[in-house]
Ligand binder design. Structure first.
Ligand SMILES: [Zn+2]
Length: 302
């Protein structure tokens, strides 16, 4: 993908978000730090990519565990200034586990502090380019995207991937507005002149029009049938947990779901399946999608 040499994307998997390293000449800035269980890997990738330059600024697109989970480790290693979206600040300052959805989803992150906040409309100087911070509500109400008009680059976070976008949590929690927010964010993106989008997960991509068409189609389908979003969400959550754990005993799955309230809440709200049926559905569908393997009573991440 045609990115200027001062922008490097350390492409990660699904558990850790991508890390975007921007060279400001005498120092570098980093957008998003990955999942905390991968912090050692993040640090070693960073150290290699920095090649001796200092990292002086850490920025988050939003504060989900797979984007900010490595913040504390990065701060320890580099003593960098940390800027987060202004809407995320209260939850981060208080380390409000419920708002951060950590225990709720069975995810974790190491507590960190921040130095300042970024609001939609702010302008940032990174890599010799001016970037506009744009509101990107939908997947996360407070998320920001960063757009550099001169280079026609959009750092989209989880608002737009090559083939989709992040879960619309607001709707999963029974709060209206998430679909409309997602639509508004996709429309914001469609008004930008973009040569390259750098997503929070997956490789940078150039055919933004095609990705937007896919995203609008998916959003339409969710709006018609929100249970589709609910089923997708529970499968994503479970395969995320399996990736963290590596494997899980099938017999322990019902209790695993009970211990992470998102499963019961979303099931009650949208699916209303008896517990055993929910377990069977999730396992069968993830197996069919190739996201897990069932062997000798164990679920294994593939
Ligand atoms: Zn996210």
């Amino acid at each position: 993908m045609n990115l200027p040499p001062q922008i490097r994307v350390l492409e990660r998997g699904w558990l850790s978000s991508n890390n975007i390293l921007i060279d400001n000449g005498d120092a570098c800035a980093l957008v998003d730090s990955g999942y905390h269980a991968h912090a050692a890997q993040t640090l070693s990738l960073l150290q290699h990519a920095l090649a001796g330059k200092p990292l002086t600024w850490l920025i988050n697109t939003h504060c989900h565990s797979d984007h900010m989970g490595g913040n504390a480790a990065v701060q320890r290693a580099y003593a960098c200034r940390t800027s987060i979206p202004v809407g995320e600040a209260p939850a981060i300052a208080a380390w409000d586990d419920a708002t951060l959805m950590l225990r709720y989803t069975g995810q974790s992150a190491e507590r960190f502090g921040y130095d300042d906040t970024i609001a939609a409309g702010d302008r940032l100087q990174l890599g010799g380019l001016e970037w506009q911070a744009l509101a990107a509500p939908g997947h996360d109400r407070h998320a920001l995207m960063f757009y550099a008009p001169a280079a026609r680059i959009l750092i989209s976070g989880d608002a737009l991937w090559e083939n989709g976008f992040g879960l619309i949590f607001q709707e999963l929690f029974g709060q209206a507005g998430g679909f409309a927010d997602t639509r508004a964010t996709l429309e914001t993106i469609s008004r930008l002149d973009i040569a390259t989008a750098i997503p929070g997960h997956g490789a940078p991509f150039g055919d933004v029009e095609r990705s937007l068409a896919t995203a609008f189609q998916r959003l339409d389908a969710y709006e018609r049938d929100p249970a589709k979003l609910a089923r997708h969400a529970l499968k994503v959550m479970l395969s995320f947990s399996l990736m963290i754990l590596g494997r899980m005993e099938l017999a322990g799955l019902p209790q695993f779901l009970v211990d992470r309230p998102i499963y019961g809440d979303v099931n009650r709200r949208f699916l209303r399946l008896p517990e055993a049926e929910l377990c069977a559905y999730l396992v069968k569908d993830l197996e069919r999608a190739g996201a897990l393997k069932l062997e000798d009573g164990w679920l294994r991440a593939t």
